[in-house]
Design a protein around this ligand. Structure first.
Ligand SMILES: [Zn+2]
Ligand SMILES: [Zn+2]
Length: 153
């Protein structure tokens, strides 16, 4: 499985990296491949573990640095989901997140406005690029589990 990512993403991602002023390093390509392959939201550690499992072995630090660099230029989406956790996902349509306080599941929530920056602050703080909205609560699956188990939580 080693370096299988190269064929799939190299050309397109390398071009987009160069457009964004970044060199197409192997860790950056690998990280992009991993996020596409895994789908969903993952921490830097999970991305690193996935790559190691597939015999791609960049250091933890290079995975982290790659995610930060890719997120900074918009090729990867970064979301802060509380409890000190930052998750990454492949960049597609702009959306927000819902985090379940019980099971920790992170779900996508459509942006009601449809596009960044979604919200405008009352204060003139400067130029707003985006507003990340984090919904917290109990997810449907946990609610359904309560209903079937009769657990009165
Ligand atoms: Zn839940
Ligand atoms: Zn998301």
């Amino acid at each position: 499985m080693a370096y299988e990512f190269a064929d799939e993403v190299t050309d397109e991602v390398a071009a987009r990296l160069r457009e964004a002023g970044l060199r197409a390093t192997r860790p950056r390509l690998a990280v992009t491949w991993a996020l596409r392959a895994m789908a969903g939201h993952h921490t830097a550690d999970e991305v690193h573990a996935y790559l190691v499992k597939h015999d791609v072995t960049p250091s933890r630090m290079s995975v982290y640095n790659s995610l930060v660099a890719l997120a900074d230029v918009g090729l990867v989406r970064r979301a802060d989901v509380g409890r000190g956790a930052t998750v990454y996902e492949r960049a597609d349509t702009w959306h927000h997140h819902f985090v379940c306080g019980r099971c920790g599941q992170v779900s996508d929530v459509s942006c009601v406005v449809g596009d960044k920056p979604c919200l405008t602050p009352l204060e003139d703080v400067g130029l707003i690029d985006e507003a990340q909205v984090l919904f917290r609560g109990t997810c449907r699956r946990c609610l359904d589990a309560d209903a079937t188990s009769g657990d009165p939580r």
